[in-house]
Design a protein around this ligand. Sequence first.
Ligand SMILES: O=P(O)(O)OC[C@H]1O[C@H](OP(=O)(O)OP(=O)(O)O)[C@H](O)[C@@H]1O
Ligand SMILES: Nc1ncnc2[nH]cnc12
Length: 184
Amino acid sequence: MACGEDKEQDPRIQGIAASIRVVPDFPKKGIMFQDITTLLLDPKAFKNTVDLFVERYSGKNISVVAGIEARGFIFGPPIALAIGAKFVPLRKPRKLPGEVISEKYVLEYGTDCLEMHVGAIQPCDRALVVDDLVATGGTLRAAMNLLERAGAEVVECACVIELPELKGRERLNGKPLYVLMESR
Ligand SMILES: O=P(O)(O)OC[C@H]1O[C@H](OP(=O)(O)OP(=O)(O)O)[C@H](O)[C@@H]1O
Ligand SMILES: Nc1ncnc2[nH]cnc12
C-alpha cells in the first residue's frame, strides 16, 4: 500500500523497498540514512519507481514537475517527460545564474535554502513537487512556498520514502503528500 492510501500495496513496491540501502549513523550519529543510490543500480526498481508516479499523475493536468536538488533531480525529470510537463529545478543557493526567489528551511541535520528562477513558473501552472524523501518536511514546505509565491497551484508532493516519526506530513499546510513507502 502506498502510505496513506487505503488500498492494497502495489507488488512493485516491495522490490523498490528492498533495493534501498539503510546506512546507520550517516551523516552523523543517530541518523538512519536511506540511500537511494542502490535503487538506481537496479534498473527494474528504478523503472518501477518512475512508473508508479507516472501512472498516478498522468492525465491530472500537471504542467510542471518541480524537482528538489539533488535527489529530486533523479526522479523528477523522467516523470516530467512521461506526463508531458516542464521540469523546474529547485536549487541550493548560488547555483542558478538568473534572477531567483529564495526560501530558507531547517533540516533533520542542519539548515539550508532553496532557490528558483523567476519566470520558470506561470500563474496558471499546476505543480507536482518531487523528491526522494520526506523527513521533517522543511524542504517540501520551502519548495511549495517558492511555487506558490510564483503563482502556481501545488497539486501534490511526491516522494519515494517517508520518515513518519518526523511528522513532515504535518508541515505541508494540508497539501497532499504521496509516498511509495515508509522508512525501514
Ligand atoms: O524533510 P526534510 O527534513 O526537509 O529532509 C528531506 C530532504 O533531505 C534530503 O536532502 P539533503 O538536504 O540531504 O540534500 P541532498 O539531496 O543534496 O543530499 C532529502 O533528499 C530531502 O531533500
Ligand atoms: N534519514 C535520511 N536519509 C536520507 N536522506 C535524508 N534526508 C533527511 N533525513 C534523511
